[in-house]
Unconditional design. Structure first.
Length: 167
């Protein structure tokens, strides 16, 4: 499931409760397209709808096979402990009212395995955990009012936590 969020013009909508946000595996921000990309978007839609030209690039069977391969990626107990430690430390950050849940540890390990798979490996290294940590955890943190006033972002806090945690 992929969901989009538009932070502006959300009158009549409500923020998801933390318990529901926790069920989304990752949060990614793609930002705005470049000027050239915006021009291309307009040009592609001048005479046709690009959605009409969408082609299948992977079958359902191939997706299921990749999911099985990700599940079979090896991960050492020490790397699981590293992932759990990072998540546990989010609960002790001064600017965090609520750190990530045990569900985040599960998601972090699963995404680390997927990152290893996408890197062509059948085993997880600490860098895999670090590569996905912020994306897996940023939407799960609840910041203190003081942190919000300081315009602190979850991403900043998580990046600092990564730097301060020895592998």
């Amino acid at each position: 499931c992929i969901a989009t969020q538009n932070p502006i013009g959300s009158a009549g909508t409500h923020l998801l409760p933390d318990s529901q946000l926790d069920r989304f595996m990752v949060k990614l921000s793609i930002g705005y397209p470049s000027l050239r990309e915006q021009v291309e978007i307009v040009k592609q839609r001048e005479t046709v709808n690009p959605i009409d030209n969408v082609k299948e690039v992977v079958t359902t069977a191939e997706i299921i096979k990749m999911q099985q391969q990700v599940a079979e990626c090896n991960i050492a107990d020490e790397i699981i402990e590293y992932a759990a430690l990072l998540c546990e430390k989010t609960r002790k950050i001064a600017d965090v009212e609520q750190g990530v849940s045990p569900r985040a540890v599960l998601a972090l390990v699963q995404m680390s395995k997927a990152n290893a798979f996408m890197s062509g490996r059948d085993y997880v290294v600490p860098q895999d955990v670090e590569d996905v940590f912020v994306h897996v955890c940023s939407h799960r943190l609840v910041l203190t009012p003081k942190a919000k006033i300081k315009n602190t972002t979850p991403e900043e806090l998580l990046e600092a936590l990564l730097k301060d945690t020895q592998v």
